[in-house]
Design a binder for this molecule. Structure first.
Ligand SMILES: Cc1cc2nc3c(=O)[nH]c(=O)nc-3n(C[C@H](O)[C@H](O)[C@H](O)COP(=O)(O)O)c2cc1C
Length: 371
């Protein structure tokens, strides 16, 4: 029934058994040193039947953190934590790409020892919140703060932090690396016309605004090798203070630049999951015609819609987010045409909590109970 979804695909030199990918999902369940733990390893390993897992965002430095208890990739302890995750996924037969990011202005000084968030320009994200550590160590949802505009020297440090993070990710054993240029975080803040009002080589024209994301991409290639780096973008995204009049032109500029390189894939997060309009097939087709490499689409996909975009050739794989939270064996369930567990919204973001993270039952568990 879902023949395309369940068919193998080669991406980034990896032979993957199906086209049902796990989307990056931040869950705020890192340890006290913002390191991935045994619990995180168990969670990802449970989902290793996904054709490819893309990890939750890993911050490149303490200053790059946007939410409390997210796993970083800038200390030895964090590198060892991610190695546990990667080893567990590989042992379970899966493949895993590491998504690396800087949250930019979607952040708060409490996350970095009193230092303000960083951004291309000193513009605050209105009506936007992030998590800090509350009084008892639990998550506290607070408005983001006014960022500081980064200098050219700061950008050099940030690029170096991206490089070191990529080196650690390679040592941890990730199969592929993903540049997170989506969802309103630092690289997207550079891309977007309303958040980047710089007048130097990183602002103004589309080419200048795209510079940092492409420099990060090229840096990653220098670390892990050609063909092993993907990029995630979110065209027409409109939360986290993003309101880019030029999103379409930027999308096709980036596609053109990536075509001159050899990316593992282009990962496109459609805006429907955050209240935006779903992409039309005409738009998906335009992207398909423009981009020469592998395309992963994500955003409110059902297995039926995913099969459709694969069938039509608009994508090579589809990434599922919330369905993978609630269904560790999502692939088996698609094969079986359901049923699916419901998502428990209360346990999505919870520090240290195994409930809602490790205990969603598999189909086999449910059948056992029913027997
Ligand atoms: C709880 C949660 C955490 C997320 N964390 C990330 C993240 O760390 N990086 C990212 O690029 N997208 C993140 N996303 C977006 C998802 O990757 C995906 O694009 C979105 O959930 C839409 O897919 P879905 O409708 O299948 O859930 C997150 C979404 C949710 C619901």
């Amino acid at each position: 029934m879902f023949e395309k979804l369940l068919s193998p695909v080669e991406i980034g030199g990896l032979k993957l058994p199906n086209r049902i990918f796990m989307a990056p999902l931040t869950r705020n369940r890192a340890g006290d040193n913002d390191e991935a733990t045994e619990m995180n390893a168990a969670h990802y390993a449970q989902r290793a039947t996904a054709g490819l897992i893309v990890t939750e965002s890993m911050q490149i430095s303490n200053r790059a953190q946007g939410y409390a208890y997210t796993p970083g990739i800038y200390t030895d302890v964090q590198e060892a934590g991610w190695k546990k995750v990667v080893d567990a996924v590989h042992a379970a037969g899966g493949h895993i790409a590491g998504q690396i990011y800087h949250a930019g202005r979607i952040s708060h000084s409490a996350l970095h020892g009193g230092l303000p968030p960083q951004a291309p320009s000193a513009l605050i994200a209105e009506n936007t919140k992030c998590f800090i550590r509350g009084e008892n160590g639990d998550l506290k949802f607070v408005p983001v703060e006014m960022p500081e505009a980064v200098t050219l020297d700061d950008i050099k440090v940030i690029l170096d932090d991206f490089k070191k993070a990529a080196q650690r990710a390679v040592r941890a054993g990730f199969d592929l690396l993903e540049v997170h240029a989506a969802n309103g975080y630092l690289l997207h803040q550079f891309l977007s016309s309303n958040t980047n009002i710089r007048t130097d080589q990183y602002g103004g024209s589309i080419e200048n605004r795209a510079r940092l994301a492409l420099e990060v991409y090229d840096t990653f290639v220098g670390v892990i090798g050609d063909g092993k780096v993907g990029m995630r973008i979110s065209p027409n995204f409109n939360i986290n203070g993003i309101a880019d009049q030029e999103w379409e032109a930027m999308t096709f500029y980036l596609i053109g630049e990536l075509n001159r390189r050899n990316p593992a894939y282009l990962h496109i997060a459609e805006p429907s999951w955050v209240g935006g309009d779903a992409f039309t097939d005409a738009f998906r087709s335009k992207i398909r015609e423009a981009f020469k490499g592998k395309i992963i689409l994500a955003g409110s996909y059902t297995p039926e819609l995913a099969e459709h975009v694969l069938e039509a050739g608009f994508a090579d794989a589809v990434a599922f987010g919330r369905r993978f939270i609630a269904n560790p064996d999502f692939v088996a369930r698609v094969k079986h045409n359901g049923p699916y567990n419901e998502l428990d919204k209360k346990t999505i973001y919870r520090r240290g909590m195994a409930h809602g993270y490790l205990d969603y039952p598999t189909l086999a568990d449910v059948q056992k109970e029913g027997a």
